[in-house]
Write a protein that binds this ligand. Structure first.
Ligand code: ADP
Ligand code: MG
Length: 233
């Protein structure tokens, strides 16, 4: 059975998609069978982050009942499998989040499935928190981001989900990472991903750090996160 993670925070722009793409690619690099799903059905951009532009069939087609999950699954950089969303606003209305469990069932033989969750608090962003085995909370060190991410932590608990811990993004050497997390966000910090221009550059070309900038500080930090989650050094 796949170990399913929801990569989540109610706050937008904190690095959920970046984390899903890079965690997925680095897990795949270890030889694991990894599927990343663009669960942000309002603002799909995970596919583009992994170089899957304008795919003919998307998660939206699967959620609206007009395609099979296998038809919306593409091989991305480094062998990570990607279920991208549709970037057209028109597809949003017909996508039924209730069909997400069938997507997970199709990929239950993978080693890891990562769901990139959208921002905000709504039915569609809450559902993955309870469907996943574990929730990875993602936050920048700013107060508002930590507060919003804490809401996602609480929501996960209310829904009976399990929080794996927090990934702090865009940190610098002076960020008191653990202090911030225990103060506002009641979760263990699993990794601290430094502010790194390689992140923006890699997203712009649609490649994960593992192939675009394998020696960058952010890539090293994502490898530490993988080691933390898998126990593999
Ligand atoms: P979310 O999915 O939470 O909305 P994204 O993953 O799209 O957030 O990240 C938002 C922006 O933050 C991205 O465009 C990316 O350039 C930037 N970003 C994320 N992580 C880092 C990092 N470690 N260093 C520099 N920029 C980052
Ligand atoms: Mg995103």
């Amino acid at each position: 059975m796949a170990r399913v993670f929801a990569v989540a925070s109610a706050k937008g722009g904190v690095g959920k998609t970046t984390t899903t793409a890079n965690l997925g690619a680095i897990l795949a690099e270890t030889g694991a069978d990894v599927v990343v799903i663009d669960g942000d059905i309002g603002m799909a951009n995970l596919g583009a982050a992994l170089g899957i532009e304008s795919p003919p069939t998307t998660l939206h087609d699967v959620l609206s009942g007009t395609a099979k999950t296998s038809e919306a699954t593409y091989e991305g950089p480094g062998g990570v499998y990607v279920v991208p969303g549709d970037t057209a606003l028109s597809s949003y209305a017909s996508a039924e989040p209730e069909n997400l469990p069938s997507v997970l069932r199709t990929h239950s033989q993978a080693d890891y499935v990562l769901i990139d969750v959208g921002a905000g608090v709504s039915h569609e962003t809450s559902l993955p928190l309870s469907l996943a085995d574990e929730v990875l909370l993602v936050s920048t060190p700013e107060r508002d981001a930590l507060r919003d991410t804490e809401k996602t932590r609480q929501l996960t608990e209310q829904l009976g989900g399990t929080v794996a811990g927090a990934v702090m993004t865009r940190t610098d050497a002076s960020t008191p990472v653990s202090e911030l997390a225990t103060g506002t966000l009641a979760a263990t910090v699993l990794a601290s991903i430094p502010e790194d221009e390689a992140v923006r550059d890699s997203l712009a070309v649609g490649e994960p750090l593992s192939t675009y900038a394998p020696n960058s500080p952010a890539a090293a930090a994502y490898r530490e996160l993988v080691a933390e989650l898998t126990g593999i050094e």
